[in-house]
Design a protein around this ligand. Structure first.
Ligand code: SF4
Length: 726
């Protein structure tokens, strides 16, 4: 007899926003998701992806047991046996080539499962390998590097909630749930803010959902964010719109900045970035003339050339306008599941930005504030010699579609001696792996919201806007007959088999008796402002406001200052201003190309996740090449036509779609689609991989290794129209 449906409260872990949800469970299966109206932060918000959690958990393509590659293809293998074999091969590799031969790559789906990433690091510590890479290093490494150069304001930034202006640079948080507007129902938060009079400024080559609502939209040429931001800084300085008292007390490098931005006159910026001069002036005056509010940048400008400089100039503009919390103001988020953060109104000492830790064997790259460059990992696998990477663990990631220079990645995946993919399905990477070890999914294991507190340290305006936390117990068992491990169990199990002792969050683990996920969460939350046990008493999540936690005054004799004139960044600015500009705007070097390809997000998918869920691919199973109708007409193309998109590095196929929100001369495509080259002609079902257009060896940031993954110069030509719409 069927059991009565039950309702449970949970954290959606489809993406990084962690919405509070209600899950209806019938006969042990999750059948329906709605937002939890009683959740104090999300107030019932969900998006279309989150509502598909049942389809994700019970997807017919989901792997329910580990698989091993064999001559007959991938065949099922018991998890214990898979770990035995992987441990044996790892031991052989480490004995023969040393611990550096083992690398981990933790990506999008490592973030919501914090015990997994922490256990992988504990395993690598015990092994003695420094080769840990994260997807952030090929996404927005410029954010933490810029913070290291400019300095972090200890108390943090002004909050969105009480701001009267906001400037979004290549960010569309309504869709991406990232980049400035808090990702907790960002559409409503923006709507409410605008209703209260917030003046929104958007810099973006596309008329995005956010740009539609902006007071000023600078629809610029892609890749010109440093030019525009330097121009805005120049106007703020020239018109003395900056916060003079704050600058004098807390900031150094002003003269160097003033000289470096001087060439970026309104006329120069207008011509180069192809934006109206009056709008540029209005943007600078509106932002600087407001009382409170931040400038924030999204993924696109970070993937474009000079992402670090863009992020640095974002910080510079905020600092010029004094947009950091002052003594006596409430701390918007003093943390909950992390130790209490009682900020001071002062600049923190600056950590090194690069040049420390592990030295990579290519392009003189070192560890840096954004992490070892995953853009160099394929080279580390392919380059023979001491230290060559032979074994890779991909944790919640899909290197074959996410890494730049896809053909090189393809070679690297083939060259690995041991390729282990922790993935829920046969992704492009899993198909090439020796072992695919599928993990449990979000509703099948306990969850904590702590990662969204820790991300506060990644940039300058990220993470929960309020002291919110939530815990979720396991809601459902994995499907019957499955053999799934949580990510942390994989690394703990390997360590047991290899005789390694693990230290997790500072605690030596008992290697004979495995801990529970809850016990690991206790360790991760040790010393937190609010004990995890108390958080568990609030199943809807809770906001632990404490009005007594206010920003403390500057320490006596404190001399550290924010730096707006960092010599590396000033030198980069000089390089930008020295570039020849054509009469049509843009770099002269790019003029052999007719278009620039920019990355974007699609509402229905999350990087390479969600494309096997029917309701999420109602519009397209692929990533269309969105182009302005005038461009299509000029090229005699029509929506649905197949095109060849060529950079100076490679050619991919694409399917064009008419979009009048895209400025002429731009191709707008979501990244992380596609598959290995042999599947290219399935462009209508798997899409195209924009990463293939990028060379990791040219146009890269010499400190972070970040290559040019957006604003890529391309040419478009009609492709083979016989390719089937399967
Ligand atoms: S925004 Fe959507 S996918 Fe992301 S956590 Fe919320 S409901 Fe889930």
């Amino acid at each position: 007899m069927a059991n009565e449906p039950e309702e449970h409260l949970a954290i959606c872990r489809f993406c990084h926003a962690f919405c509070g949800i209600r899950v209806t469970v019938e006969n042990g299966r999750a059948v329906k998701i709605i937002g939890d109206r009683d959740n104090p932060l999300y107030h019932g918000y969900t998006c279309v992806k989150g509502r598909q959690l049942p389809a994700q958990h019970y997807n017919p393509e989901r792997l329910l047991q580990p698989h091993k590659r064999s001559a007959e293809g991938h065949v099922p293998i018991a998890s214990a046996r898979a770990l035995d074999e992987i441990a044996r091969r790892l031991t052989e590799l480490v004995d023969a080539h040393g611990p550096r031969s083992v690398a981990t790559y933790a990506a999008t789906y490592a973030f919501p499962y914090p015990a997994g990433g922490a256990m992988a690091n504990a395993f690598m510590d015990a092994l003695g390998s420094p080769m840990r890479f994260v997807s952030g290093s090929i996404d927005q490494p410029g954010k933490p590097v810029a913070v290291a150069l400019h300095g972090r304001w200890h108390a943090g930034p002004q909050a969105f909630a009480d701001s009267d202006t906001w400037m979004l640079v290549g960010a569309n948080p309504v869709v991406s749930k990232w980049g400035g507007i808090p990702q907790y129902n960002p559409g409503k938060r923006l709507h409410d803010a605008l209703k209260q009079g917030m003046k929104l400024i958007v810099i973006d080559p596309r008329r995005t959902e956010c740009a539609e609502k902006a007071l000023i939209h600078l629809q610029c040429k892609p890749g010109e964010d440093p030019t525009i931001l330097a121009g805005i800084a120049n106007i703020i300085i020239g018109e003395k719109l900056y916060d003079e008292a704050f600058m004098q007390a807390e900031v150094e490098g002003f003269e160097a900045l003033q000289a470096a931005v001087a060439p970026f006159t309104p006329a120069y910026v207008a011509r180069r970035a192809d934006v109206p001069r009056d709008q540029l002036l209005a943007a600078a005056r509106t932002f600087a003339g407001a009382r409170r509010g931040m400038t924030t940048a999204g993924t696109g400008p970070n993937m474009a050339p000079r992402g670090t400089l863009t992020e640095y100039l974002v910080l510079v503009i905020n600092t010029l306008c004094g947009r950091w919390l002052r003594a006596g103001e409430p701390m918007p988020n003093p943390f909950v599941l992390l130790p209490e953060r009682r900020g001071r109104a002062q600049a923190e000492p600056k950590p090194p930005a690069w040049g420390y830790g592990e030295q990579l064997r290519v392009r003189d790259l070192t560890d840096n504030a954004g992490g070892l460059s995953a853009a160099a990992l394929a080279d580390e696998i392919l380059l023979p010699g001491e230290g060559q990477v032979k074994a890779l663990f991909s944790i919640g990631g899909n290197p074959m579609t996410a890494w730049p220079d896809q053909l090189k990645t393809h070679q690297a995946m083939q060259a690995l001696k041991l390729n282990v993919s922790l993935d829920i399905k046969m992704s492009a990477t899993a198909k090439m792996a020796d072992y695919v070890v599928p993990p449990k999914l979000g509703l099948e294991a306990p969850a904590i919201s702590q990662p969204n507190e820790g991300i506060w340290f990644y940039g300058a305006s990220t993470g929960f806007p309020e002291p919110y936390a939530m815990y979720q117990p396991k809601i459902v068992d994995p499907p019957g007959g499955s053999d799934l491990l949580e990510e942390w169990e994989v690394f703990y199990g390997l360590a047991q088999r290899m005789g390694l002792e693990l230290t997790f969050a500072g605690e030596r683990l008992d290697m004979h008796s495995a801990p529970s996920t809850d016990a690991l969460f206790e360790l991760l939350c040790r010393g937190s402002r609010i004990p995890l046990d108390e958080v568990k008493q609030h199943p809807h999540g809770h906001i632990w406001n404490d009005p007594s936690i206010t920003v403390l005054p500057k320490s006596p004799d404190w001399t550290e200052k924010l730096d707006v004139g960092n010599p590396f960044m000033m030198s980069d600015l000089a390089e930008v201003s020295s570039e020849p500009v054509t009469d049509h705007g843009g770099y002269a070097a790019d003029m052999t190309f007719t278009h620039r390809l920019v990355s974007r997000r699609l509402n229905d998918v999350y990087n390479s996740s969600g494309r096997d869920i029917p309701k999420l691919v109602r519009n397209h199973r692929y990533n269309p090449a969105f182009m302005n109708p005038n461009d299509l007409e000029a090229l005699d193309l029509h929506a649905g036509d197949v095109v060849e998109i060529s950079s100076d590095h490679a050619t991919i196929l694409g399917v064009v779609e008419e979009a009048d929100d895209v400025r002429p001369g731009v191709v707008s495509m979501a990244h992380s689609f596609g598959d290995a080259p042999e599947f290219d002609r399935k462009v209508f079902t798997i899409g195209s991989n924009t990463g293939r257009l990028t060379s990791v060896e040219r146009d890269y940031d010499p400190r972070t290794g970040m290559p040019r993954m957006s604003a890529i110069p391309v040419n478009i030509r009609r492709g083979d129209q016989r390719i089937a719409r399967e």
